[in-house]
Design a protein around this ligand. Structure first.
Ligand code: ADP
Length: 352
């Protein structure tokens, strides 16, 4: 007995069907499968030819579409979700198979799972971004009302409210800057950066700009570069942004009065690679991050504690930006953390 579809087809015809990468099924007027290609067996679970379609395609809307076509209807396209074996979404085209009148129907499945997922992610992203912008905006509008009404002649309240409004405005500005920089980075994520970057110098420039905010929390930034580093291939502005985001987080989430240790060293081999590179780690003494959160930290707007992140002025986009810049640079990010002690974020970049 034939253990794969192709019943009633010549070897050549079966070969032609199998060379089509999308699942394809042919049924006769009784809705019996007369042919199916390998993709249909593998991805849809269509049983051998000679059996009723309904036995392997348990989808009422799909079967109804086939029936309508078999009764002389025009070709149609529907969307079907199938457990195949994980839940996947397909657009299914059902078309009449005609020689002398309708002799059967052809079913062609096109997997749109990742397109649908991307659409959903875009929709979620827009919803999240709007939500993030709405809360500072609502706060500002609220204070404007209060300043016009109840607090009109209260000098002290007015100063306090104006301070809060300035802070909320700054938060919205940061959010919009991060959103714009994320979309700019995504736009050329597939363009390999051409420049050569001196990591030690870039780090020193970034640290210079961050010393004042560290000092405000009585924190010290210590840099350790014991061996000369090779240049890395990259865009110096973007790599500065990676280091800035990581060190800003170390300042935000590190304990007041503690030290941030930055170590840069040459790598003989990139993690999971063969090329040499440079590793830069940023280590803080903070509360650390619980293990279950670590894999999700680079998702947009993912935060362990959103109230806390917002209070610290965070946008929830810093590590997402880091991830996209590193993708573009064929770099890696490793996150280690011990709760109650601190975290270490290590960036590896291939040498130029
Ligand atoms: P945020 O603007 O909220 O800091 P990020 O994308 O930079 O956004 O970081 C996402 C989340 O990861 C933060 O909200 C925080 O919960 C966690 N996180 C990042 N860096 C650290 C760190 N050094 N120590 C502890 N938690 C951190």
């Amino acid at each position: 007995m034939e253990t794969r579809p192709g019943l009633g087809l010549s070897q050549r015809d079966a070969g032609i069907l199998d060379s089509i990468p999308e699942p394809l099924v042919i049924v006769d007027r009784q809705r019996t499968v007369t042919a199916a290609n390998i993709a249909a067996v593998r991805d849809i679970g269509i049983a051998y030819p000679g059996r009723a379609l309904a036995l392997s395609l348990r989808h009422p809307a799909a079967l109804a579409a086939v029936d309508e076509v078999l009764l002389g209807g025009k070709a149609r396209t529907i969307e079907v979700a199938l457990r195949a074996p994980t839940l996947r979404t397909f657009t299914l085209i059902v078309a009449p198979l005609q020689w002398t009148g309708t002799v059967g129907a052809v079913l062609i499945f096109h997997d749109v799972t990742s397109e649908r997922r991307a659409q959903q992610m875009r929709a979620d992203f827009v919803a999240n971004a709007s939500h993030e912008l709405r809360s500072p905006l609502a706060a500002m509008v609220g204070f404007v009302e209060t300043l016009r009404g109840p607090a009109k002649d209260d000098e002290a309240a007015r100063e306090r409210f104006l301070d809060i409004m300035a802070a909320e405005g700054a938060r919205m500005t940061r959010l919009i800057e991060d959103l714009l920089s994320l979309s700019a980075i995504e736009a050329d994520e597939h363009v390999i950066p051409q420049g050569r970057v001196d990591v030690a110098r870039t780090l020193a420039e970034v640290i210079d700009t961050l010393v004042p905010s560290a000092t405000e929390k009585d924190m010290r930034i210590r840099t350790e570069i014991l061996v000369a580093l090779p240049e890395v291939a990259g865009d110096s502005g973007q790599l500065a942004q990676v280091f800035r985001n990581l060190i800003e987080n170390a300042i935000a989430y590190g304990r007041a009065g503690s030290e941030i240790l930055i170590v840069a060293r040459p790598l003989e081999r990139m993690p999971e690679g063969t090329r040499p590179g440079v590793a830069v780690s940023v280590q803080d003494q903070g509360e650390g991050i619980a293990r279950e959160h670590i894999p999700r930290l680079t998702e947009r707007f993912y935060r362990v504690d959103s109230g806390r992140s917002r209070k610290l002025g965070g946008t929830g986009l810093g590590l997402a930006i880091v991830k996209h810049i590193l993708n573009r640079h064929r770099g890696r990010l490793a996150i280690e953390s011990e709760q109650g002690r601190g975290s270490r974020f290590t960036v590896s970049l291939p040498a130029a």
